[in-house]
Design a protein around this ligand. Sequence first.
Ligand code: 9MR
Length: 391
Amino acid sequence: MYQKIFTRRKFLLGLGAVTAMGAVVTGKDELKRQQILALDDADCECIKYPGDESLKQRAAKKKLIFGAAIRYDQLSSDTEYAQNIAKECSILLPEWGLKWHVNPKPLRPTPESFDFTAADWMLNFARTHDMQFRGHTLVWHESLPPWFENTVNHQNAKSFLEKHIQTVVGRYRGKIHSWDVVNEAIEPRDQLPNGLRKTPWLELLGEDYIDLAFRLAHEADPKAMLVYNDYGLDYDIANDEAKRNAVIQLLKRLKSKGTPIHALGIQAHLNGSETNFNPQKLKDFLAQVADLGFKILITELDVTDKELPHDIEIRDRIIAKVYNNYLKVVLEEPAVIAVITWGLSDKYTWLNEFKPREDGAPVRPLPLDLNGKRKFAWNAIAHAFDNAPTR
Ligand code: 9MR
């Protein structure tokens, strides 16, 4: 394995030299060339195979939890995948099953009814395999049912929210590690006060919908950790900076109101081609959240390879490096208690549909490959856990 890495490194440096003369890669590929050249020996440390121990075992040694978001239809129909999930994960959450409406198994098929088939099946799988279970998500502007717009109005919005949270959170009372109560409520680009996102819930109930949702969830399951979850908090770019600030302000407002909120979920949908990663800025943000008394969960980690080179080994090295650089910073913060990837294997990832590659090659954003084999990304996560301080 090491021999292979070493040989490839020499090849990559060779490619760099040729490119420097302009013979192989030109123009827009300059960024990619630099990324490839940046994969020197130190960076390669994180992709050396660290041994067989699973991610959940390595995480546990540092009192961390590792897990993944999983789809019921995929888990129930693919034994090999299910075995890998059981082997690597100590926490699971449904990618779909607890949202109001995602076909083919909506939780809220009609305004009056609930269908818990998918979520129940997955909770049972988690318990059978001695894993914890998370809920995602109670209040979101996406994945609302087709009936929502013509049924929910200013008069009945509060009772719809109450009934939803009481029924769903109540059903799993005492069985849930943490709930993503409100998802993605901040979007500075919408230019609303407090950086709030323009959502149906905001329009129907005003900003207090956030506080209300947390209070309802807490009443329905007083022991569950309640999380505010959002994306776009990772990079040193203007919108991420504005989002980080708005999230801190939101957490402060909720804290001063006595809202029962316990943690921030950082989705961490990372980008393999993003160069504006500033460890210090991320570190400062995490410290600010921790100083307010909140725990932090990395809730939806993956790395898009949409704009990375076609060559699988180069792609995998760059992705691994992104995982490792990010987790190195994040795991230094003692308030971080969990790392959860959005899927576990490249066989099943939302990015194939949402951020496909122009060359049509299957995307490779996750720790396991299409055949469930561990990739450099897996090695990088293992390496980050092995080198993390214990909580
Ligand atoms: O990965 C999820 C995809 O399969 C769904 O179609 C989509 C809509 O429900 O949601 C995706 O998951 C999102 C998550 O719930 C919230 N953060 C962003 C995730 C990726 O879009």
